[in-house]
Design a protein around this ligand. Structure first.
Ligand code: ADP
Ligand code: NI
Length: 217
């Protein structure tokens, strides 16, 4: 199979798998991450097919929606890529990307690294910040029935993976527990540049939010 055919088949597979997904993790999140990953990858020395497949399959079965099971996503991706007849080396690499792409709390240390994972992870993190990031956070918070904000509940620092997964914070706290930390965790030069712009936009949003909360604007 040629590159284009592999990508087209993968897009069809992902669209169908995510047909009933909630708004923050639907096909359009995958579409944005895929586009961003291709853009970032232009300036990096990476295997483009691995990057594209990693981006397209990275949320195929997110552990958050599968009772914390982190093995389902890589397994579904492996089975699918095997059915296309791809080489084991690329299948293993894509599975590693899926296992390691996700943010699992401030204190979690990521056990695997590669230039291709760096690109996919930057793209995924960029889609969690800026204007889209704000929209996704409130979509996800609403889906979880979390409050927008509760001034009595302070953001938690340095959570472990277990604490982070159990946590159901008011959505504004999620900005302090994750979203505002992402700009300093970007891997690539292009990712860092895009993240800085999106970060500033979130800071402005929070400033306005708190002013409006107290009826000051
Ligand atoms: P990753 O893409 O690293 O796996 P997540 O799946 O945890 O990250 O996050 C996906 C999206 O859901 C992001 O836009 C993120 O901000 C949002 N999200 C995750 N947890 C929360 C939360 N507790 N409150 C609000 N939004 C959240
Ligand atoms: Ni994602």
């Amino acid at each position: 199979m040629h590159h284009e055919e592999i990508i087209t088949a993968t897009i069809e597979f992902v669209k169908q798998k995510l047909a009933n997904a909630e708004g923050a993790h639907d096909w359009w999140h995958i579409y944005r991450v895929w586009k961003l990953a291709k853009y970032i990858a232009k300036h990096e020395k990476v295997d483009m097919l691995t990057v594209e497949l990693g981006a397209l399959l990275h949320d195929i079965a997110d552990f958050k929606f599968h009772n914390g099971n982190e093995r389902i996503g890589p397994k579904i991706a492996r089975d699918f890529l095997t059915s296309l007849g791809l080489d084991d080396s690329i299948i293993n690499h894509v599975a590693k990307i899926i296992e390691n792409v996700s943010f699992k709390g401030e204190a979690h240390i990521q056990p695997f690294k590669s230039p291709e994972l760096d690109v996919v992870q930057d793209a995924d993190r960029l889609d969690a910040i800026g204007a889209i990031g704000i929209a996704r956070a409130f979509a996800f918070g609403g889906y979880k029935k979390n409050p927008l904000y509760d001034p009595r509940i302070k953001p938690k620092k340095n959570m472990t993976k277990e604490e982070y997964i159990k946590n159901n914070p008011p959505t504004i706290n999620h900005f302090y527990e994750k979203l505002l930390l992402l700009k300093d965790r970007m891997n690539t030069k292009t990712g860092k540049k895009l993240a800085l712009h999106r970060h500033k936009f979130m800071e402005l949003f929070l400033e306005e939010f708190f002013a409006e909360w107290e009826g000051k604007k």
